[in-house]
Design a protein. Structure first.
Length: 372
């Protein structure tokens, strides 16, 4: 999962470590060569003579001879110079020039992996800010600093405030009402299957869900969601093809209240996100049932397309969370890294396979571990 993105980050760590370490080694070699030249026969005497000439030029305090001054003076010069050389060899300050080319390569490779531009820029800026000015003494320092900088950058990208669904269900139950979740997204992203997975997730937690087949635009959609509901043993509320989607959702909420169900999961139509009629339909459903959560379902494999779709649905009806399907097959990872930051709403779940159990709660720390 996200193998390509992980490889790019690891390559960056290796390149920066190699570049900075190489610079330190070259500087150390240069200093070592200079020391050798100084120690060559004749060169030491020249150095001593220059130092002696310099001392002669210094002013002598009134009442003291040059001989007296020489006796008083403690000369740690050789030690100081050697100490300075050793410090220079052991320690280097990372400059912007050291890492600029490598960070530019990383930014380009992130864009190739479908990472949104603003997310790529945020990562690069954070890493640059953290690394420039750092003092390093050994190669392992560079590796550690770079790894920590990337870890911080990715964590900041993924750190979007999320709601606890269990807490929301308990709050609603205390009022005698079900938690209402409306699912939006275009056809082909796995939205219907995802609703069946989320139903299974709730069942395993001891909750009783009911599904609303509010995608009445296609007869096939009603049949598909009915098939899933029957297989997992969940009550489904449905009307005929062409019925008012908001009416179906309303009936499902009424059923849940009457029967004491815990959660209402509302499927919706998924025509292209640019379809004005579809967006109007979503707005009407929202007005009628007043959902507690609106969750966007996107296909992780579509990369920036999923981000663009989420933006449009968010503009139309507002999104409270995200589920990315097919994450197990997503080598790039661009959508998973970008989508929450771009619309400022959290990823709640990842689809990780074909069975009803193949869905996992999203954890930002887990994803950082997948990438670094």
């Amino acid at each position: 999962m996200f193998e390509s993105l992980k490889k790019k980050f690891n390559n960056t760590i290796g390149k920066i470590s190699e570049k900075v370490s190489k610079d330190v080694e070259e500087e150390a070699e240069t200093v070592a060569e200079e020391e050798k030249l100084v120690k060559l026969p004749g060169n030491e005497k020249k150095k001593e003579k220059k130092a002696s000439d310099k001392e002669e030029k210094e002013s002598v305090p009134v009442g003291k001879t040059s001989e007296e001054k020489a006796e008083e003076k403690v000369i740690p010069a050789e030690k100081e110079e050697k100490s300075g050389i050793l410090s220079f060899i052991r320690e280097k300050t990372i400059s912007e020039k050291d890492i600029e080319d490598i960070l530019w390569e990383l930014e380009m490779s992130l864009l190739e992996s479908d990472v949104a531009l603003e997310v790529a820029e945020k990562i690069i800026d954070t890493v640059r800010e953290d690394l420039v000015g750092k003092k390093i003494k050994r190669r392992s320092d560079v590796t550690e600093f770079t790894k920590n900088a990337l870890n911080k950058a990715i964590s900041e990208i993924l750190n979007v405030q999320s709601q606890n669904i269990d807490s929301l269900i308990k709050e609603k139950k205390a009022k005698g009402e079900p938690l209402i979740i409306m699912f939006v997204g275009i056809n082909g992203t796995g939205k219907t299957t995802t609703i069946a997975k989320i139903s299974t997730y709730f069942i395993n937690k001891g909750y009783t869900p009911v599904i609303a087949a509010s995608d009445t635009f296609r007869a096939g959609a009603i049949e598909q969601i009915t098939h899933h509901a029957d297989k997992i043993g969940v009550k489904i509320i449905k009307h005929k093809k062409g019925a008012d989607p908001a009416a179906v959702a309303y009936d499902a909420v009424s059923h849940a209240k009457a029967k004491g169900k815990d959660v209402v999961l509302v499927d919706t139509a998924g025509r292209m996100q640019t379809n004005v009629n579809l967006m109007d339909e979503m707005k009407k459903i929202k007005r009628v049932i007043e959902p507690d959560l609106i969750i966007f379902v996107g296909d992780a494999l579509t990369g920036n397309d999923a981000v663009d779709q989420a933006i449009k649905f968010n503009d139309a009806v507002g999104i409270d969370g995200i589920i990315l399907t097919k994450a197990d097959a997503d080598a790039k990872g661009g959508a998973a890294l970008s989508i929450g930051y771009v619309i400022n709403e959290p990823i709640l779940f990842l689809g990780t396979g074909q069975s009803y159990e193949d869905i996992m709660e999203f954890n930002p720390e887990w994803m950082v571990g997948q990438l670094i």
